[in-house]
Design a protein around this ligand. Structure first.
Ligand code: COA
Length: 258
């Protein structure tokens, strides 16, 4: 069965992470499936709204760590032959129609940063968000270094991005990352109901509203490019190799030489 499920109904395209045995960690093939679906949805008049969701116990554990070690994305070819993750980030940044997320359980790394590109985010009270990039010897991606300080203020963004400690559902609502909390068994259905309301509205007004609000994100494309260059270089460095190996071997990393 596909690791990204696609369901289309009444103008809503729902994309579901479906790799539960690996906590919905995202592989290159999954990034390509997400990007293909979103680029196609952007052009398809029959799709009016897209919803991203996971399972009641986990949204996504973020990038597949084994992929990071075995098959690190080459960010230097971002323009000519973009890596699957770069295609997905571009699909997120440019998606012109309403994009919703329903989050339950852990949302790690890109599982949290992708939310910064969503128009509405609903979370279950078991949701746990984390941005462990520094702890993995990496730096932020998906424009989080611009979008997160803009959303929550610099000091709180620095706390989340530099310490990389998880934060939970109530704080995520209070800081403006999440619109509303629901029980884990209800979050996907609630997001669908909100998506249905949007799908019934005039598309040209919705897309104009989104485009106008996004105009304020000046410099986003530039910073996403800068992030990817640094991320790609750090991913090949000694700290990332040590940190990612340590997570996979379930031990503490040793950064004494990094
Ligand atoms: N990449 C690859 N595999 C992953 C993964 C990831 N990002 N996250 C979890 N997995 C795998 C585990 O290796 C384990 O596989 P195994 O059963 O073959 O040993 C399986 O998923 C279950 O993970 P586990 O850690 O036992 O689940 P948990 O419920 O205790 O914890 C998380 C869930 C998401 C909190 C935890 O798995 C985690 O922190 N993962 C790493 C997240 C991360 O650093 N992502 C990168 C962000 S840039």
């Amino acid at each position: 069965m596909s690791e990204i499920l696609q369901h289309r109904e009444d103008g809503i395209l729902t994309l579901t992470f479906n790799r539960l045995d690996k906590k919905n960690a995202i592989t290159a093939a999954m990034y390509n499936a997400l990007a293909d679906a979103m680029f196609a949805a952007a052009e398809d008049d029959a799709v009016r709204v897209v919803v991203l969701q996971g399972h009641e116990q986990v949204f996504t554990a973020g990038n597949d760590l084994a992929d990071f070690l075995k098959n690190p994305p080459d960010m230097s070819k971002a323009d000519a032959e973009p890596a699957p993750v770069v295609r997905f980030l571009e699909a997120l940044r440019t998606f012109p129609k309403p994009l919703l997320a329903a989050v339950a359980g852990p949302a790690v790394g890109i599982g949290t940063t992708l939310l910064l590109h969503c128009d509405l985010v609903y979370a279950a009270d078991n949701a746990a968000f984390s941005l462990p990039f520094v702890n993995l010897g990496l730096c932020p991606e998906a424009g989080a270094s611009l979008l997160l300080p803009a959303l929550v203020g610099y000091p709180r963004a620095a706390e989340k991005l530099m310490l990389g400690e998880p934060f939970y559902a109530e704080e995520a609502v209070e800081m403006g990352l999440v619109n509303r909390l629901l029980p884990p068994g209800e979050v996907n259905a609630y997001a669908q109901a909100q998506a249905a309301k949007l799908a019934a509205k005039p598309m040209a007004s919705l897309t104009a509203t989104k485009a106008l609000m996004k105009k304020g994100q000046v410099g986003l494309q530039q910073i996403m490019g800068d992030e990817l260059k640094l991320f790609g270089a750090l991913l090949r460095g000694p700290a990332a190799k040590e940190a990612i190996s340590a997570v996979m071997e379930k031990r503490k990393p040793d950064f004494s030489k990094c």
